[in-house]
Write a protein that binds this ligand. Structure first.
Ligand code: F6R
Length: 541
């Protein structure tokens, strides 16, 4: 009998056989944004050297925010000039007033144009203020203007979770031009965070068409975080108008710039054993086997040699033994990741237990982005930790004031006024604050930012709720730490990038408590990203 040899590997780049658009993966959205900023800067300078205009197609949304910060920094710190730049934005809501906080016109001026030296006459965005008839004409004119400027040199794109580019929703024709479109319900839900509530999200938009986008000489599509499924579909799936971004497979100079999370569903990341030789670490074995078990809907211990071979894992069998042994190894790894003793089981030494039994009791710190994520996302663990005798603290990272409605505040104001009257409390300062707050809310305009006093009251309401939670769990008031991270305090849905101040506050709490365990509560699917920022702050601290 001949000894088994390793299966022969073909000498081709297997990644290419799955990915039909070039993809560059960065370890963070910030690094990816910096790369795109440098691409733009290089093009601007190249054009400047030739005395030419540089025509940029720009996008809005949460994706390019860091890109714009980097461009502003390049302008302020490294003298990058935008005097030769002409811009065309992809889209605008319809109808919307130009000056509305949520218009893309306001967004672009706030995040980029007001902070660089671009000539105002070189800025173009679709106009959301026109009548429908005039808007149609303006769409034709927009196409004309792009052409007269010499076409778009570099188009920046984001991508919707349904695969839209610009506001070209699934079903948009490959031949579509700049036009009025009606927004997909999923897009309105995704973008509701920019507005007070979903009913205020415009039902229509003006967008460049797919053919307009495809005419750009170069395209950079950026995607971060939770866009993994649609990125894989667009890059590896069939070209279809049902996934507008997949049509970019037909462009000859398009690059996807994504972070690791957005890359998670690409075959080379998700099933790397299918795209090349890999090192079979314990973690990789676990991933491969769990993935196969889920796909076949079979318990890990029932997987057979046949299953391994059929699912591209014959390599693993060759290197690590038979299916039975590998199944057991993975089963033990899964078993040892589960516990009813999140703080460790005292006075027992269980090998492979996910947490140390000593020291006991432990100091545990739960970071909760808003004053309710502790109980929402890890309420069971929170209660267990406390019930099992640990000293549990909660760091409420932001005030959460933006989520409190004006109606709710009015109710509390009524209570406070009633309380004063009931007990004959005569406090001039308090009376003044209460009457000013009531007056402000009664005459508050749409989109008007709350006064610091109203924000403080809203924050206080949420603090009281958080304290109630702690009391319910059995944790004392002194263990609830309200951090009020400053990045959150803009008074608007859009938050500032975090700074050293946020990090310092976090470090201070960590140093004060010296916790044995740190938990980060929250849900990274949260579209407005506060949970992600809060996690990044903890990791950096
Ligand atoms: C924005 C645009 C849209 C967004 C997309 C992703 O001008 O045209 O296609 O790029 O909806 O939005 P974010 O970046 O907010 O996830």
């Amino acid at each position: 009998m001949s000894t088994p040899t390793k299966p022969h590997k073909l000498n081709i780049d297997l990644i290419d056989s799955f990915e039909k658009i070039p993809v560059k993966i960065f370890d963070s959205s910030d690094a990816g944004s910096l790369f795109v900023a440098h691409e733009i800067a290089a093009l601007i300078k190249e054009k400047q050297a030739k005395n030419e205009k540089c025509v940029l197609g720009l996008a809005t949304g949460s994706t390019p925010l860091r890109l714009y910060t980097h461009l502003v920094n390049l302008h302020k710190n490294e003298g990058l000039s935008f005097k030769n730049v002409i811009t065309f934005n992809l889209d605008e809501y319809y109808p919307i007033e130009r000056d509305a906080l949520q218009s893309y016109w306001s967004y672009m001026h706030r995040h980029l144009f007001n902070q660089i030296d671009i000539f105002p006459e070189n800025i173009h965005l679709p106009n959301g203020e026109l009548s429908k008839e005039d808007a149609k004409k303006a769409c034709e004119a927009y196409e004309q203007m792009i052409e007269s400027a010499g076409g778009i040199d570099l188009q920046i794109l984001g991508i919707g979770t349904n695969g839209h580019i610009g506001f070209n929703e699934p079903g948009s024709s490959i031949f579509s031009k700049t036009r009025l479109v009606s927004l997909d319900n999923s897009t309105r839900i995704n973008n509701a965070y920019e507005f007070q509530n979903i009913s205020e999200v415009p039902r229509m938009a003006i967008t460049m068409g797919i053919s307009t986008i495809l005419k750009a000489k170069k395209i950079l599509l950026m995607a971060w975080g939770l866009k993994a499924p649609i990125i894989a579909k667009s890059v590896e799936g069939a070209v279809t108008e049902q996934t507008p971004a997949s049509i970019l497979q037909q462009h000859n100079n398009c690059l996807f710039v994504i972070d690791e999370s957005a890359a998670a569903e690409l075959t080379r990341i998700k099933l790397p054993w299918l795209t090349g030789e890999i090192e079979w670490t314990a973690k990789m074995i676990k991933r491969a086997v769990v993935n196969m078990a889920l796909k076949l809907n079979k318990p890990v211990l029932s997987l057979t040699t046949h299953d391994y071979n059929e699912n591209g894992l014959s390599d693993l069998l060759v290197e690590k033994g038979d299916a039975y042994d590998i199944n057991l190894q993975v089963y033990y790894m899964l078993r040892d990741s589960i516990t009813g003793w999140p703080g460790g089981k005292p006075d027992t030494d269980i090998p492979g237990h996910p947490e140390r039994s000593k020291p006991y009791p432990k100091t545990c710190l739960i970071f909760s982005p808003h004053p309710d994520d502790d109980i929402i996302s890890m309420g069971g663990t929170f209660m267990r930790l406390h019930d099992q005798g640990h000293d549990v603290h909660v760091g409420y990272q932001t005030s959460g004031n933006i989520a409190v409605t004006d109606e709710f505040v009015t109710r509390f104001l009524d209570f406070a006024v009633g309380f004063e009257n009931q007990f004959g409390i005569d406090n001039k300062k308090s009376e003044q604050i209460l009457s000013e707050a009531k007056h402000f809310l009664a005459s508050k305009k749409k989109n008007e930012i709350d006064t610091p006093e109203i924000r403080a009251i809203k924050g206080l309401i949420r603090r009281c709720e958080a304290r109630a939670t702690c009391r319910y769990v059995g944790v004392g008031d002194a263990n609830a730490h309200f951090m009020n991270l400053p990045f959150y305090e803009t008074g608007t849905i859009e938050k500032n990038p975090y700074t050293e101040k946020d990090i310092d506050i976090t470090i201070e709490l960590l140093q004060k408590l010296k916790p044995h365990q740190v938990y980060c509560a929250g849900d990274l699917a949260d579209p407005h990203g506060t949970h992600k920022v809060c996690l990044d702050i903890v990791l950096e601290s």
